[in-house]
Design a protein around this ligand. Structure first.
Ligand SMILES: [Mg+2]
Length: 256
């Protein structure tokens, strides 16, 4: 029996713009971790410029808690976002060492802040995310093309699922960070489905897919409406196509 076709979507930066919520939750999680009220005034309620500039480099949610903490530190390299991004991983590693933190505790702190926000006012939390215009509608139309779709995200399954149901979206499959790395999950999905495309706004993740022999055949699409670095849309390797909003509106068979 032939495999059912499926499209796999990243969530943050493809379906939803969660930057405002990410900042607000990361800020709160960071303040909990540093545990000193005097810091509160040092972190603005609105997402600072440096945070927004570094966002395209972020791979995992917990990194944003770390970025918030770095904004507290007067001599942190994040004061120069371009330089910070140039050596993003190394700077994150050094920042973890400076604060004496582990990624797991940052992720737990972030998830706890979200749990509390949902408990306090679920509607308000849901509304702090902004779905990209037209994307929700377009995904709902996939049914007419007899294409199933999945969500693969580094957010937790629980929070993603709440947002998806709020937008009346019900993917066949949903994998949060708990299920392992994106390449691992893609390989797993490909055993049961024919992956027609993986739509993601983080070019480095698509390049990893391309460089992983067992899944390198998956058609990769870089969503231009997400958190892209300035040069991300240039000199793309064969195997990664740019997906502009207007392409995305076409039937999948007509995508680049
Ligand atoms: Mg993304």
């Amino acid at each position: 029996m032939s495999k059912q076709p499926i499209l796999v979507f990243d969530f943050d930066g493809v379906i939803v713009d969660g930057l405002i919520e990410y900042w607000s939750s990361s800020r709160k999680a960071c303040l909990k971790l540093v545990g000193d009220e005097k810091y509160e005034k040092q972190l603005p309620l609105r997402a600072p410029d440096a945070f927004q500039k570094v966002r395209p480099w972020v791979k995992n949610g917990w990194e944003m808690v770390l970025l918030a903490a770095e904004l507290l530190r007067t001599d942190s390299p994040i004061k120069h976002p371009a330089q910070f991004s140039n050596e993003y991983q190394n700077n994150c590693y050094k920042a973890l060492k400076f604060w004496g933190w582990h990624p797991e505790q940052l992720q737990i702190a972030l998830d706890n802040v979200r749990k509390q926000a949902i408990h306090a006012n679920k509607e308000k939390w849901l509304e702090s995310h902004h779905p990209f215009s037209g994307v929700v509608k377009r995904i709902q139309q996939l049914n007419n093309e007899k294409i199933e779709w999945a969500v693969l995200t580094t957010k937790s399954t629980e929070f993603t699922s709440q947002l998806l149901s709020y937008y009346k979206l019900s993917p066949t499959l949903l994998y949060g960070y708990e299920r392992g790395s994106k390449p691992e999950v893609l390989l797993q999905i490909s055993k049961e489905y024919l992956i027609q495309g993986f739509i993601e706004d983080r070019r480095a993740t698509l390049e990893t897919v391309l460089n992983t022999p067992s899944i390198s055949w998956i058609p990769c699409y870089l969503a231009t409406w997400g958190y892209l670095k300035d040069t991300d849309d240039q000199d793309l390797p064969i195997g990664i196509q740019l997906l502009k909003p207007k392409d995305f509106m076409y039937p999948v068979a007509d995508w680049p």
